[in-house]
Design a protein around this ligand. Structure first.
Ligand code: GAP
Length: 555
């Protein structure tokens, strides 16, 4: 799938726009247009329904160790600064970055690829470039796929080289592609590396740590002591409210507390459309359980969350469940798995994270009770500052749980399925994009772009189309449209040839088109057309709301 085509469709049909576009855009921020907002809401509503509001706490679900409760929450984005000190984000939520002294740009150290550029001397009119290539300088690039890397380095070096286009491959060769950190491990120094936006080596600084939390000031007189942070994850709001939820609701451990909301990270190199943004939405569950059953719950959530994406249309061959190796795990974690999708902007065979499912032990609740725990020690110990006192004090509140049936008190262990709403939306869009042919009104095959979105996710569930704008057809179609609108998002369109109207709906993923024709006026039936199979069948006009609702739900 060509990503540029999807990006262009998203803009043209109102799924996604660059934020502040009339001012040239703002890197790492995206706006959802009229169709995009419906699609993303449907993703979030499917998640909320399937995980929270539709949860059946009376039955033991397949694969679950027991019955369990679920509850929802909606916390503030700005929280007490101590939350982030105890969670570890203040000290540890860093990425390494390198600056370029020449271009004044900043890059994430682990996202820079380096390539060796080899130039055949007879094609170079610039001895400087030939010499550099001969001495084995490395060009860095942000491009992810080998073809894009080649194109990027050609473009930058090509300006100084005289080559005939047909000889490009003969003139340039690219070899030794690797990530910058791996290159430096081999003893190459940054003095030999050419930055991604310049043509000469030696402008990149040594990697430095950079905290990803956005800082803000609270209060009119605010100085640095009043600094607060925009949350980088929704999870901490759940941990600090654990006691409130238990004390105020009738839920009991095992219980999952769920939240959907905005998170903010000052990503150094936001990229790949909405995949890595600076403002995004998360859909997180913190699932609190007894320590001894936590491993079984971990397995349950990992499998259930993987299945959720399959059920909504991501195919097994492009969706993987990847268990982290022991060396990738935090000390407090006994298991983490990523659910990953083969996004089309990644090199073949590579997958990008949609969701992480982590076993977090009692790390978070204990940190908020006692003070920040040292994630490097086992057993976990409160981290001490140079003065021997706790580095970041906890709340001092008792966040343990009393099980009144077993008559025991414990600090629950936590399983955390943490998903990104924007990444899920993007994956569903990528998977949905197809180009094929469909017959027009004369039966002639016409090329079409079609978004084969799962009907639950489709922004518009049905379009109502009068065949012609006369003979009472528009009136009959409008009546159906109004009845549908009471149930879900429907669309009325009477402009242009019906084939063209079908294709407009196909392009935005509308699963069903209802056509009102001459027969409707005599027997009260309409045609339903299925977007994917292109099958058409007749139903009673009055049955449309119930029939389409059933089809959308897959009943
Ligand atoms: N509470 C755990 C947590 O936040 P994470 O792996 O950092 O874990 C969870 O984030 C999910 O949030 C990711 O799997 C991804 O879907 C989404 N996410 C994280 N950073 C993102 C970004 N910069 N842009 C878009 N989505 C992001």
């Amino acid at each position: 799938m060509d990503m540029d085509k999807l990006v262009s469709l998203c803009k043209r049909r109102g799924f996604l726009f660059q934020s502040s576009e009339i001012y040239g855009g703002f890197n790492g921020f995206w706006d959802y247009g009229p169709l995009g907002v419906e699609l993303k809401r449907n993703v979030k509503e499917a998640w909320w329904h399937d995980m929270v509001s539709g949860h059946d706490e009376l039955s033991q679900l397949p694969g679950a160790p027991s019955t369990f409760d679920m509850a929802g929450l909606d916390c503030t984005i700005i929280m007490h600064p101590q939350v982030w000190k105890c969670s570890g984000h203040y000290d540890l939520f860093h990425d390494f970055m390198v600056d370029c002294k020449e271009s004044k740009k900043r890059y994430r150290f682990d996202q820079l690829y380096v390539v060796r550029l080899e130039v055949t001397p007879k094609f170079s009119t610039n001895p400087e470039i030939s010499k550099r290539a001969e001495f084995g300088e490395y060009w860095t690039t942000l491009a992810a796929t080998p073809d894009e890397q080649k194109a990027d380095v050609y473009k930058r070096a090509g300006g100084k080289l005289s080559i005939r286009s047909k000889n490009v491959d003969e003139a340039f060769k690219i070899s030794d592609v690797k990530k910058l950190p791996d290159l430096l491990k081999q003893g190459v120094t940054l003095a030999d590396v050419i930055g991604p936006d310049v043509n000469g080596a030696g402008s990149l600084t040594e990697p430095r740590e950079f905290n990803l939390m956005f800082k803000t000031i609270v209060g009119a007189l605010g100085g640095d002591d009043d600094a607060a942070f925009l949350r980088p994850e929704t999870a901490q709001g759940i941990f600090v409210n654990f006691k409130n939820v238990i004390d105020s609701s009738r839920v009991k451990v095992p219980v999952g507390i769920a939240q959907i909301g905005k998170s903010f990270r000052n990503e150094i190199t936001p990229r790949n459309f909405t995949f890595r943004s600076r403002e995004f939405e998360q859909m997180e569950i913190e699932f609190f359980c007894k320590p001894e059953s936590s491993q079984a719950w971990y397995t349950y959530w990992r499998n259930r969350r993987y299945q959720w994406y399959l059920d909504l249309g991501l195919p097994r061959e492009r969706l993987q469940l990847r268990e982290h190796h022991a060396e990738e795990l935090s000390h407090y974690s006994t298991g983490t798995a990523d659910i990953e999708y083969a996004f089309p902007f990644l090199p073949a065979g590579e997958f990008g994270e949609l969701e992480g499912v982590a076993h977090r032990g009692d790390f978070d609740l204990r940190s908020h009770m006692e003070g920040k725990l040292n994630p490097e020690t086992r057993p976990l110990q409160v981290e001490l500052g140079p003065d021997g006192k706790p580095k970041h004090r906890g709340s001092g509140k008792d966040l343990s749980y009393y099980d009144d049936q077993a008559k025991e008190r414990f600090i629950p262990h936590v399983i955390e399925p943490s998903a990104g709403a924007d990444r899920a939306t993007l994956a569903f869009l990528c998977e949905a994009y197809h180009e094929d042919t469909a017959p027009d009104e004369n039966g002639k095959p016409q090329e079409r772009v079609v978004l084969k979105l799962h009907p639950r996710l489709a922004p518009i569930k049905a379009a109502v189309l009068p065949l012609v704008k006369k003979d009472g057809m528009p009136e009959a179609a409008q009546k159906i449209y109004r009845a549908l609108k009471k149930q879900f998002n429907a669309f009325y369109d009477d402009g242009g040839a019906v084939g063209r109207r079908y294709r407009r709906q196909d392009e935005i993923g509308t699963p069903y088109c209802i056509t009102v024709d001459g027969q409707t006026l005599t027997d009260g039936t309409v045609t339903v057309r299925d977007r994917d199979s292109l099958k058409q069948w007749r139903i009673k006009a009055d049955d449309c709301p119930a029939e389409i609702t059933k089809l959308v739900k897959g009943e």
